[in-house]
Write a protein that binds this ligand. Structure first.
Ligand code: ASP
Ligand code: MG
Length: 413
């Protein structure tokens, strides 16, 4: 029997009682004859509190500050790893907890959003060969200058996938608070359905469109390294959703799932010159301020003189984006800035869109029937996204879930 990686998220380890529950999932895999590496998140809410403590004492206006920020906010994972290893040992299962730097997991020095560069496997392999379960802190790494880093919020998913890839694990099970990937958010759409299989590409689009089941980067990594990933819950023994390659999906639905994000804000620059270099002039300053721009539309004008440019940023970046644009007003040369933070993005994702027409039309018709205005539309090969007024997002999700028949789709893996 091979090696498997089990990752437990914050809600699965929220209390010492839940840590005991988690240990039984580890024990089950040990009994089945597997070698096990466990990756853990901080107990839920702990990372938020740690971030709050840091903000109470620092403006975080220098890189040095971010290094210490990471030292503090990575500590929650250490508590969980230690507690789980202790629990396993008290059940008679040999185990040891490992901090990221002890593995070591080498990362870039982009504090707060570091990328993993290399994972050394020797220390852990020796420990596994001695029959010990390795419980590793998620979210953490270390720079070559030996400073602790973190991988961005939700980063322990990425830790788990990277570890599974480095160790050539047979499987990587992500235990979370939902029992799998759903056609859409079941808290909003009551008959949302759990998917048995979803392709890496669809999951990547769903995650980046706002589905919060997995950190986007972890999906990207699983896809690139062919990690067999399963999303499941620690609250039952039930199988979850398995990520597969697109060619292994037997039936390709037109639409596999709907994702949404409320974290959107719209900016429109009116009456900008329609000339070469105008986009570079607008988006350069935003990139310099590290602001991610998502949807972009530029109007075509009949006379080719003046145009409007509309784009979206996260709500959190709105103020920063506006001040960057104000600062470059002269160079860009717009007449006015309009903004709207009461917007949300809804996306339909499915590999079947490559071969089925009419998915977009169905979305537009359904939204029109509900009287919902579309502000911006963008598409990719397997995704259609629309920006709408935020107050309509739940209505839109329910209507589209019905229109695409997502509650009833028959699927095979
Ligand atoms: N504890 C970290 C967070 O809350 C990492 C994780 O849970 O994946 O973002
Ligand atoms: Mg998480």
């Amino acid at each position: 029997m091979g090696l498997i990686v089990q990752k437990f998220g914050g809600t699965s380890v929220a209390t010492t009682e839940r840590i005991r529950n988690v240990s039984s999932h580890v024990a089950r895999e040990i009994r089945a004859g597997h070698q096990v590496i466990v990756v853990v998140s901080a107990m839920s809410g702990v990372t938020d509190s740690l971030v709050g403590y840091v903000r109470d004492v620092s403006l975080l206006d220098e890189v040095e500050a971010y290094a210490d920020h990471d030292l503090v906010v990575s500590s929650g994972e250490q508590v969980t790893a230690g507690l789980l290893a202790l629990r396993l040992r008290s059940m008679g299962i040999p185990a040891r907890a490992w901090a990221g730097w002890q593995v070591p997991i080498w990362t870039t020095d982009a504090y707060g959003k570091a990328r993993i560069e290399e994972i050394e496997t020797d220390n852990i392999r020796k420990s596994l060969a001695n029959g010990r379960v390795a419980v590793i802190t998620g979210f953490q790494g270390m720079t070559r200058e030996q400073r602790i880093t973190t991988l961005g919020r939700g980063g322990s998913d990425t830790s788990a996938v990277a570890i599974a890839a480095a160790f050539g694990a047979e499987r990587c099970d992500i235990y979370t608070d939902v029992d799998g990937v759903y056609t859409t958010d079941p808290r909003i759409v009551k008959n949302a359905r759990k998917l048995d299989y979803v392709s890496y590409e669809e999951m990547l689009e769903l995650a980046s469109a706002g589905a919060k089941v997995l950190q986007t980067r972890s999906v990207e990594m699983a896809m690139n390294h062919h990690v067999r990933l399963q999303v499941r819950t620690s609250f039952s023994e039930e199988a979850g959703t398995i990520l597969v390659k697109e060619e292994d999906l037997m039936e390709k639905q037109r639409v596999t799932g709907l994702a949404y994000s409320r974290d959107e804000a719209r900016i429109t620059l009116s009456n900008v010159d329609d000339r070469p270099g105008i986009s570079a002039a607008i988006f350069g300053p935003l990139a310099d301020a590290n602001i991610n721009v998502d949807m972009i539309v530029q109007n075509v004008t009949p006379d080719g003189k003046k145009t409007d440019v509309t784009f979206t940023v996260t709500k959190g970046d709105l103020a920063l984006a506006l001040s960057a644009l104000e600062a470059h007003r002269e160079k860009i040369g717009y007449q006015a800035i309009h903004q709207d933070a009461n917007v949300a993005k809804l996306s339909a994702v499915g590999v079947g869109m490559r071969s089925h027409a009419g998915v977009a039309q169905e979305m537009f018709r359904t939204l029109a029937e509900k009287g919902i205005n579309i502000i911006v539309i963008t598409t990719s090969e397997i995704k259609i996204s629309v920006l709408i007024e935020e107050s309509y997002i739940e209505l839109a999700l329910r209507a589209l879930h019905d229109a695409y028949g997502l509650h009833a789709v028959v699927e095979k893996g």
